[in-house]
Each structure stands twice: as C-alpha cells, then as structure tokens.
Design a protein around this ligand. Structure first.
Ligand code: ADP
Ligand code: MG
Ligand code: MG
Length: 934
C-alpha cells in the first residue's frame, strides 16, 4: 500500500466512451468490464464508474477501511457522471440517483445485492417528484430505497427462511390497515408514512439515524459491497468453486434509469438465442412499469419479448438491433438485462449466456454458418461432456420438476450412466431378463453388480446401486452398454428375501417394492419415485435405432457437422471398448476407428458359454481342462468372427482372459449344487474349489497374464479362437486386423512366455488353414513395474495399451471398488482435487506413462501406443494423451463423440498457446516447449 499515489482506482463509462474494456475483468469485475465494453461500442448504457477489485484488496489490507484517496476519486468520477447526465448528486432541484452494484471476476451468488435509487433524502425526493411530474413514482422510489438500504447495507435482511423482512412486514401492515391489495394502489400519503416507519425501524434496530447525506449513503454502500466479499455465503461459494479469496470484488456506481415511470417504461431480461434449444430467436421477458428485479421476483407475470413488437414497435426494433450488435461484438450468445425509460432503451448488463448441451451444439454450428465465428472456434465452444445431452434420452423437464416438488425424489447418487430411464424395480439379474421377455421395462437395483449380472444388466433400461464409485462394475458396464445408471447411493438398502429396497430419508424409511415404478436420471444422479415421461435423443434415433431419417433430424445434422469439423482437426485416433458385434456396430456409428479393448471374459457370460467355462475352472488336471476348453473354442471363435466381420479391416485389440476365475463361479448354494451335479462332483468339492479361488479386493492375485501362465491351455484356446476366426472371415473377403493383448504384465518374461504361445498357435492355425492373417502381439501397461521396465518389455511387445484403471489402482495402492468410501472426504479436504479414476493423475500415473512411452519407443521406434482405461473418454485425460503423443484413445461407444471432440480441442488449444508463446518477446534462453500442458 506504500504507493497510494498514482494508483487508479476508478474507471468511468458512459456516452459512448469508457476507460475500461472487456479484457479488464480482473480489475473491473465481469459486470464493470461489460458495461465499459458496451459503452465503447455505442450501446446505450447509463453513465457511471467502477471501483477496482484492487481497491477492495486494499480495503482488507487496511483492516476494512476505505483506502486513502479513494473518496476523492469517487467525487471526481461522480462529477463526470453529473456532467454527462446534467443532474447533481444531492441536488434538490434535479437529483442524480445511482445504483450500487457488486461484481467479481466471475458471477458469484452470495455477494451483496444491488441497491437502487441511492441519493434520495427528504429534499431530493421532492426534486425527483417535480422533475418527473409524478409524486407517486418519487415516493415509491424513496420507500424502496430505504428498505433496500436497510436490508442490504445495514444487514437487516433476514438470514433464515422462517424470519420475515421487517420492511415487508410494515408494508403488509400498511396495506391491511388501508384495505388495499397491491402495492401500486398505495397513495402518496401512505408511501410517505412508510418512509417514516422504515426509518424508525432502522433507528430501533440499528441504533442509527438513516443517513441523509447522499455521499454518506454512497460511502456506506461501497464499504458494504467490499465487506460482502468476505461473508459466510460468499466464502462457502468460493470454496466450493475454487475461487481464490484474494480476488476481491469491484463496485459499480451507475446513474439510475427508471423502468417504473409509467406505461412507456419497463424492464426485462433476455437471451440473444434460446438457451434451451439454441434456436436463433430472441428469448426473454419484460414487465411494463417496473423496476430492477421485479421480472425475476415473480410477483407479476411478465410478457414474452416477442410481444413487445405489438406494444412498442420502436423499442422492439432498438432492442433487436442491440441484440445483433452484442452478438456480433462478443461473437457468442449473450444474456442481457435492460430497462426502458419513457421510450428510451438502456442496457444494464451483458454476459455470455449459460446453455444446455443441445443449445451449445446448435449455437456453435449456426454461428459458424453465419460467419460470426470460425469452424475451429465452433469446435472449441462446446464442452465435450455436454454432448451427453445430445445423445441421451432426457426427462420431460416440467414433469420432473413437478415430481420433485411433490416430494418424490428418493435419492441422489453418482451420475454414472447419463440419460433418463424409467421402469419397474427388479432386484435380480434373472428377473430382469425374464421381465424384459414379458415386455416389461425394468430398472435393476442392487447393492452392487458383478459380472454374472451382465445379461440382466443388458435387459434392464437402467441400473441403480447403493455401493461403488464412477468406475465400479455397474458404472463401467453402463457406459459401455450406453445404459442409464446412478451408483453409490448410500441411503439405499436391500432386502433380497423380502424383495424390497428401503430408502433412508429424514422422515424415516421409505420402502420401494419389486415391481414399483421408478425413474432414474443418470445425467444428474437423481432417483425419483414413479414414472416420468422421457424423450429419446434424435442422434441415437438416426445412428443406432435407425428409427429417424437424417433428413427429419435437424439436431443430428448439426451434431454430425460439428464432429466432422472436429475430425478434420484431431490427431489422436479413437477406438472403442467393445466385445459384442452390436456394440461394435454402435461404435462404428459413433466414429470408432478400431476396437481398443475387447474384454474376452464378457463373452463367457453369453448364451451356452458359462457352463463349459465353469467346467474348465473346476477341472482338476490339464486333460480335464482341455476337454472343457474344446467346448469353448467354437463358441469363442464365433464371438471373434462376429467382431471381425463388424469391424472389417479396422484393428481389433483382443485381451486374453483377465479377471480372477472365482468371478465366473456361482455364489449361491443352488447354483453351486447344480455345478456339482453337472460336473460329477460333490457340493463340498465345488465349494472347496471356490474357497481356494476367491480373492478379495483389489484382486491382484491369480489374474491377468498370470492365469495364462498357470494355465497355458486357456491362452492357447483363446489364441486359436482368434486366429481361426480371423482366417474364417478372411476367407469371406474381410481383412481383419487382430491385435492380441496380454494383460497385467510387470516383467518382460511374462510377456515373452505368453507371446511365444500366441505365435506358436498362430503358426499352427495358419498352416492348417493354408492362409495367413496379419496380426500383432502386445501388452497392457497397467502395473508400475510394467511402466518402469517398458524398454525391456518392448523388445517383445509390438504395441502398448495403457490400462489406466488398474494402473491408477496399483499406483495409488487404492482399490477402485473401495475408493468410494474415502473419495468424498479426500475430495472435500482437497487431498485429491479430482477422482483419479475419472481423470488421469498427471503427476503420478502420468509420470509412469511418460516413462513407459519414452522407454518403449526407445526400444521400438514409432511403437503404436494407446489407452484403453475409462480415462480414454474423459476430456481432460484425452488432452493429456494427445500431449503425451499417444496414437489413440479407446473408450465406451457412447463416449466416442466426446473423445473425438476432446481430441480436436486438444490440438486447437495447443495451437493457441503456441501462437501466444510465439508472440511474446524472445527471452534470453529459448523457452522450453512444454510437452505436457498443466
Ligand atoms: P445482479 O448481479 O444480481 O444481476 P445487478 O447489479 O445486475 O445485480 O442489478 C440487478 C438489477 O437492478 C438489474 O438487472 C437492473 O434491472 C437493476 N439496476 C441496476 N442498476 C440500475 C440502474 N443504474 N438503473 C436501473 N436499474 C438498475
Ligand atoms: Mg447480485
Ligand atoms: Mg444483473
């Protein structure tokens, strides 16, 4: 604070000129910068000035005292406003009134509310009355000011819901005594009395005389805005949204314009395009003869902007012109606030408008078509994650809101599978299959799901679980199958015998029975009682269901064009994690350039396969195992042939068996007995074998390549199935590209052992079939030792694929199935800034990836490297993968469009930052090129 002299703390605007501009948000706040920018561009804005955020910081540094010199600057800035408006602050003849508005860099609820009509006192009110020729207006403004000043500046606004605003109470009492219903019926006399009563109330409660001196009013209001930066509500909001506490707020002081001067005045809010659909229409509301936030307060029903034409054609024309100019200027959809005073339009605020995913796509593409922005900018405008909104069915918004208001919200959990689904509750996978066969729509609700539920999950429209995080089994399957899911709702508990699900609520337990209807919102993580109507997504209708013709699907066409532009820019290829031909077809429709991960174990749960699989597992010697495997071979071969046919000449990465064997065995006694009978064993023998195989979290025992090493005949069978299938479809004229991937390798000899087997089988099959198919053998890098010794592994591996789910689990030493129990606390205490199972941990896991890539490519230059963990569909992780120089990302089919867009944005963002770096003056040392953006 040493140098108070020379620091500029106020920035004026008005009459087509301003000292600030839109790039000064840090100093002037969003609102102040917007007003300056509009002023510079000839948009009609009432004159005023903004006190900087730095002045706010000084205020705190000085122990919550006004920085020295600020008052003088405020005086000077006010004189400028006086001369621009021809009015005087405190001048009883022609008083200038102002509003005092807060404005941080980003819009922040919890900060001080706006004070309007400041500058009124017993003398200036008379001047206002004379000048406007409207006594009622003057006194109505005065009583509003007294109440706002009391509420906002003097802190008399009730904090708790049950408390009443003292000024509201006095107003109600007055209306009651006089027998009038609405405020506008109050006489001038009544309003005069109210002003006196309001001041008395302030005197009684705050032991303070209402300040008559306008400059004193202003000083108090400005310091109240500064102080509101640090109140509890604002502080809580800042913590939640990661806003630094040293930013401070700006204060804007602006001459009042009045929307409440009669039938030729009014106030309103509008979006320059429809924020829900993106349609290029002016969308908003206005109220005649009203002030400030009357529109949002909802006390009177406003009119649609479209209706202004009929009432005020000239105003409608001016407003339309402002709309076009603001959009052209900001090159984006704007959210504006305006006031009309006696037929003159003023804009009081403009900012980039919030929008739905649907609207984001439409606005971006249409603005590019209108040449307002470039196609590259259009690609950058859409949040990749928001494409979910375009792909998924959604609930009818009004119906859902009504349901929540009616108290039908049962639970909130993690939004694991976006979309909307409603159906009847079933608790068992078998029931899901059976009910679906009867034509019912069902939601599978369970404590958690496991691989043996897979067919039931396929039959269900959605899942709901009490346990597990964003990478739990249910979440993973939901994304892969494109199902709606909410997981991790701790308030749910299950009684499988009674077939009920109980929801713990504040009002006690609520029981949902099997067969009851529920609605699951996987976009917001909400579970609602009963049926809510849904709308299906047009894009899926065209691409997947083929129920909608592209010509009739405007949204589909916009979506395809945007992604087409993205595809033209991106460097990363995209692949899908898919194991069934229909998933593969979905993946291709969504733009997959290959399969990055086929989890063969999912196939074993298919029709007729689990029997021989279990037989193989309980076998006591190799001969028995081979007999069972021989039964699996033709089934598995068919699976692969189907996949190759669907994928044509695109690469298909097939992972050999990965999960521990106990996952394939029945957990219930009945199933175990049946297995004993089928395999000619006693129940005790079967149970003993299960006990031997069971693993507990995080399942790091006999799984992955270790299984193939203990039981080489399993790998042999899978390799044979792969190559026989490849030869089969090659004979049909398809050119398959199998990539055999060995999981969980940590030592090069593990891979060498398995790769040798695979090559031997390939040679044998090709000799038998008198046909050769191009293939490769590679590995997943998913344990730290694998990453650290990748150079050695690359001698054998022809490609790498990062299995970032396991790599995260093993790097952190935390099980992804259990992480849910600590994650909330960890995120809240900022130990993890994000869930590392959702977004790649760049500083830990990312470093291992870098090591593996460098070492792998040192051994094998140009080695193909991809990622197949769930992170492959996370925009932030995709950007990281692009910077690392991976060849492709692989993700669930329904996340492919998100990955395509994110991959394009990664390239564009890098170009922008490189361009910015090139512009900076050269330093002594050449700037090191950042390989990894932070
Ligand atoms: P918020 O941050 O809550 O949007 P604002 O500072 O934008 O608060 O003020 C809310 C409303 O008050 C504005 O939309 C406008 O209607 C009214 N208002 C603010 N300043 C003025 C002014 N100088 N003249 C007329 N109305 C104003
Ligand atoms: Mg506000
Ligand atoms: Mg506003």
């Amino acid at each position: 604070m040493a140098k108070t002299k020379g620091v500029k703390r106020t920035y004026s605007f008005g009459s087509g000129r301003a000292e600030g501009n839109k790039d000064m948000k840090e100093l002037l706040g969003g609102k102040g910068a917007g007003l300056a920018e509009m002023s510079n561009n000839g948009i009609p804005v009432p004159a005023g000035f903004t006190i900087t955020t730095e002045a706010c910081t000084e205020f705190y540094a000085a122990g919550k005292r006004m920085p020295r010199g600020l008052e003088q600057e405020m005086h000077d800035a006010l004189s400028r406003v006086e001369s621009l408006t021809g009015k005087g602050f405190g001048d009883a003849g022609n008083p200038l009134l102002v509003s005092v508005r807060s404005g941080a860099r980003v819009s922040m609820p919890g900060m001080m509310d706006t004070v309007l009509n400041l500058g009124l006192n017993d003398r200036t009110v008379e001047g206002l009355a004379r000048r406007s020729g409207n006594d009622r207006f003057a006194w109505d403004s005065y009583r509003r000011f007294c109440a706002m000043f009391g509420d906002v500046v003097l802190g008399m606004k009730p904090e708790r819901k049950e408390d009443r605003d003292p000024f509201e109470e006095l107003l109600e009492a007055k209306k009651k005594t006089l027998g009038v219903k609405v405020d506008s019926e109050l006489s001038v006399k009544a309003l005069r009395e109210l002003v006196a009563e309001f001041k008395a109330e302030i005197r009684a409660r705050r032991k303070l005389e209402f300040p008559d001196d306008p400059f004193e009013q202003l000083r108090m209001a400005v310091s109240a805005v500064f102080r509101s930066w640090d109140n509890d509500r604002a502080d809580a909001y800042r913590k939640l949204n990661g806003i630094p506490s040293d930013w401070g707020t700006a204060v804007t002081i602006q001459s009042m314009v009045f929307g409440n001067l009669g039938e030729d005045s009014g106030t309103g809010v509008a979006f320059t395009r429809n924020a829900a659909t993106g349609e290029n229409e002016f969308y908003g509301e206005f109220l005649v003869n009203a002030q400030g936030e009357d529109v949002v307060a909802g006390t009177r029903t406003p009119q649609k902007i479209g209706e202004m034409e009929a009432r005020w054609p000239e105003m409608a024309r001016q407003l339309e012109e402002v709309r076009t100019r603001l959009e052209r200027h900001y090159r984006d959809m704007q959210d504006i606030e305006f006031t009309i005073e006696r037929g003159r339009l003023y804009v009081l605020q403009t900012r980039t408008g919030k929008r739905t995913g649907l609207a984001a796509v439409r606005i971006a593409v249409e603005m590019a078509d209108e040449k307002i922005i470039s196609r590259e900018e259009a690609v950058l405008r859409v949040e990749p994650e928001s494409l979910n909104h375009v792909l998924r069915p959604i609930f009818d918004i009004a119906a859902k809101e009504a349901a929540i208001r009616a108290g039908r919200l049962l639970a909130r959990g993690l939004p694991a599978g976006p979309g909307a689904a409603c159906g009847r509750v079933v608790l068992f996978a078998e029931d899901a299959v059976a009910w679906k066969a009867r034509g019912e729509t069902v939601i599978l609700a369970r404590h958690e799901t496991s691989p043996e539920d897979i067919r039931g999950m396929d039959a269900a429209a959605g899942f709901l679980t009490a346990f597990g995080g964003m990478t739990s089994h249910a979440a993973l399957v939901a994304r892969q199958m494109g199902k709606v899911a909410v997981v991790g709702c701790p308030v749910l508990s299950f009684d499988y015998q009674a077939r009920t699900m109980t929801v713990a609520t504040d009002q006690g337990p609520r029981v949902v029975r099997e067969g009851d209807w529920i609605s699951v919102d996987g976009l917001l993580g909400e579970v609602i009682e009963g049926k809510i109507p849904t709308q299906s997504s047009e894009v899926v209708g065209v691409l997947i269901d083929k129920t909608v013709k592209p010509a009739a699907a405007a949204m589909y066409r916009l979506f395809t064009r945007l992604l087409g532009w993205a595809d033209g820019v991106r460097r990363l290829k995209v692949r899908a994690n898919a194991d069934q031909p229909d998933q593969a077809r979905t993946a291709i429709a969504f733009g997959a350039q290959g399969i990055g991960l086929c989890r063969t174990e999912h196939m074993f749960f298919g029709e007729g396969k689990i029997g021989p699989m279990r037989e193989m597992i309980v076998a006591e010697n190799e001969a028995e195992r081979r007999t069972a495997l021989a039964k699996l071979l033709p089934l598995q071969r068919e699976d692969f042939a189907g996949l190759f046919r669907a994928m044509g000449s695109r690469p298909v990465t097939i992972r050999t068996i990965d999960p521990p064997l106990h996952e394939f065995l029945p957990q219930d006694p009945a199933g175990q007995e049946e297995l004993a009978r089928a395999t000619g064993r006693t129940l005790a023998q079967v149970q003993a074998r299960i006990a031997e195989l069971v693993e507990s979290n995080p399942m790091l025992g006999n799984r992955g390549c270790r299984l193939g090493i203990s039981y080489p005949e399993i790998t042999e069978m899978q390799a044979r199935a792969i190559f026989e299938a490849a030869c089969e479809v090659a004979a049909e004229g398809v050119k398959p590209q199998p990539e055999v991937m060995i999981p969980l390798v940590g030592h090069w000899k593990e891979l060498a052992n398995q790769a040798k087997l695979v090559h031997e089988v390939a040679a044998r099959v090709f000799a038998e079939r008198k046909r050769k198919v191009k293939y490769s053998v590679g590995t997943m890098i998913e344990v730290p030792r694998g990453a650290l010794t990748a150079g050695e592994i690359a001698r054998t591996a022809e490609f790498f694929s990062f299995g970032t789910n396991d790599l995260t689990q093993t790097t952190f030493g935390i099980s992804r199935d259990d992480v849910g129990t600590v994650l909330n606390a960890y995120v809240q205490k900022e130990i993890y800034s994000v869930d590392p199972f959702v977004t790649i941990d760049r500083d830990g896991v990312g470093v291992l990836m870098k090591i593996a890539i460098a070492a792998g490519r040192a051994t094998r230059p140009g080695m193909k490297i991809g990622i197949c963990g769930e992170h492959g569909g996370d925009p932030n992780s995709v950007e990281f993968c692009d910077a690392l120089g991976l060849d492709y990302v692989s993700c669930s089919p329904y996340r492919l469009p998100i990955a395509r867009l994110a991959a394009a944005q990664a390239v564009l963002k890098r170009r922008i930052s490189e361009r910015a770096m090139a512009k900076k003056p050269a330093r002594k040392k050449p700037a090191k090129r950042r390989v990894v953006p932070r």
